[in-house]
Design a protein around this ligand. Structure first.
Ligand code: ZN
Ligand code: ZN
Length: 325
């Protein structure tokens, strides 16, 4: 790891044309929120129908435990530690977070970080890999934008020059190894809950339901919740701070995505280890980083100053008018 190399997110190219963006129409925001939330509610209801034969306390523990383990791997590891370097830690802790994040099946570490740094560099312009904007107008454009931001963008070609975004991380042998072995970590993330389920329940049924709930269903939930930060949090919510994009603070995904839904605050202060900047904005990822700092597992934890936050709030009012948006 090079200590002070400035990642490319800090240097957007000057030739990039400014793209004027207004707030997405109400209809567009309703469609996006509905297509994300309704299927999730269906899944939340499923265990009640399966209780006793397809879902047990063991399965619930595996689902919640594996959700927290792998989602924190993405939010604290892939995002706040590796992409934005919002704190520093030991190499073995970095390796552990690289493994946990890889289990979420969102691509290998270096690719994930490169794409996310590109998102910050070009946020909500046509070069943003997953903006819900710029997909045309009308109902078709609305649906296409929501689909594209949520997961349609995975089917796009790889943007050029991704390696240039992660030169700092690629210097670490441990991180190169963790990156190369990512299919192994995915397999581990599926087999582990199956193994624990089988041992706790003492049956093959425990193996299968553990693999399904702690493995497959957990992957689906973490996918949709983290992808919603890309789609819903660039459409729905309010903007307390000035940022050069359409990012928004969204209370639902602030909680479900373990703090990542305070997304306007994140775009205003990308290197901050804390995204929920107000005391009432629940930010589980930051609570973990703070707990790690108490026991010597995290240091150089970066936070914006009060003056910087007040200035960003003032700038937002000056550029976008008074009142909460
Ligand atoms: Zn964003
Ligand atoms: Zn970010």
């Amino acid at each position: 790891m090079s200590g002070n190399t400035v990642p490319p997110v800090a240097n957007p190219p000057a030739e990039l044309p400014p793209v004027p963006l207004g707030r997405a129409p109400l209809f567009e925001r309703i469609v996006t929120l509905t297509v994300i939330v309704v299927p999730l509610l269906g899944l939340v209801a499923a265990p009640f129908f399966l209780w006793g034969w397809g879902f047990s306390w063991t399965d619930m523990g595996l689902l919640i435990g594996m959700y927290l383990l792998t989602a924190l791997g993405v939010t604290v590891g892939f995002h706040r530690l590796f992409t934005h370097r919002s704190f520093e830690t030991h190499t073995w802790v970095k390796f552990a977070f690289a493994v946990m994040g890889s289990m979420a099946v969102q691509g290998s570490l270096l690719r994930w970080v490169a794409l996310h740094r590109r998102h910050h560099q070009h946020s909500d312009t046509p070069d943003d890999p997953h903006t819900p904007h710029h997909s045309g107008g009308g109902v078709r454009g609305v649906l296409r934008g929501a689909w594209h931001a949520h997961f349609g963008w995975f089917f796009d070609g790889t943007p050029p020059g991704l390696d240039d975004y992660v030169k700092d991380l690629a210097k670490s042998r441990a991180l190169r190894v963790a990156d190369a072995l990512w299919p192994l970590w995915i397999l581990l993330g599926l087999l582990l809950p199956g193994l624990i389920g089988g041992l706790v329940e003492g049956s093959w049924r425990g193996v299968w339901t553990g693999l399904i709930w702690g493995g497959l269903v957990r992957v689906l939930l973490v996918h949709h919740v983290t992808w919603s930060v890309n789609s819903a949090c660039h459409l729905w919510g309010w903007r307390p701070y000035r940022s050069e994009d359409e990012s928004r603070n969204n209370v639902i995904f602030g909680i479900l995505a373990l703090g990542e839904g305070w997304h306007n605050a994140h775009h205003a202060f990308p290197t901050s280890a804390r995204h929920g900047l107000r005391w009432w904005q629940i930010d589980v990822s930051y609570y973990l980083i703070r707990a790690m700092s108490w026991v010597g597992l995290a240091w150089n934890v970066r936070l914006p100053s009060d003056a910087a936050m007040e200035k960003a709030a003032r700038d937002r009012v000056e550029s976008e008018g008074t009142g909460p948006k």
